[in-house]
Design a protein. Structure first.
Length: 174
């Protein structure tokens, strides 16, 4: 490898890192939205019960690493009782930018609805939730998001269980 090749590789590497950092900086302030799909699981069910889950969310980066986020979450359907669980989540989010990757942690509340499909009266309630994950900058204002969330005490008097959700999706900053 000649000096010319080393210089060219170094220039390409620096340009790539600079572009990735600059493009992820576009999402450091302002409005963002996204959607994800994954798997939700009731913590203490025997046998284990899981379901396909999804969510759509929107957030606002107040400044630098601090954001607020609201999501419409569908935790899926479960078979022990024909049950569907969904609701609205509101979180405070703390980001830790690291080049093209943003690590984040979140905590908030989940206003849930459990529908027993006519077998029992529907239940509603509000309980805490938390989560963490990462976003990887794909292109300019588009990020790939991978996250874990735990919804505590969902289901009131009938279920009253923690539900974990692992999901992957896309985040777009405006």
């Amino acid at each position: 490898m000649t000096i010319k090749h080393i210089t060219l590789l170094g220039t390409l590497l620096i340009s790539t890192l600079t572009w990735s950092t600059a493009s992820s900086a576009a999402s450091l302030l302002g409005i963002y939205a996204g959607a994800s799909v994954g798997k939700a699981e009731i913590a203490n069910s025997d046998p284990k019960e899981d379901s396909t889950a999804n969510k759509a969310y929107a957030g606002y980066r107040i400044f630098g690493p601090i954001a607020i986020e609201v999501a419409r979450v569908d935790l899926g359907e479960y078979g022990s009782l024909p049950t569907s669980i969904d609701g609205i989540a509101a979180d405070a989010v703390l980001y830790l930018p690291a080049g093209p990757i943003n690590l984040f942690a979140k905590a908030g509340m989940f206003n849930w609805n459990v529908d027993y499909n006519g077998f029992l009266p529907a239940e509603t309630g509000t309980d805490s939730k938390f989560g963490f994950g990462l976003e990887y900058n794909i292109f300019l204002n588009i990020d790939f998001r991978l996250e874990y969330e735990k919804y505590t005490g969902v289901g009131g008097t009938t279920i009253n269980e923690d539900i974990s959700m692992i999901s992957a999706g896309v985040n777009i900053a405006f």
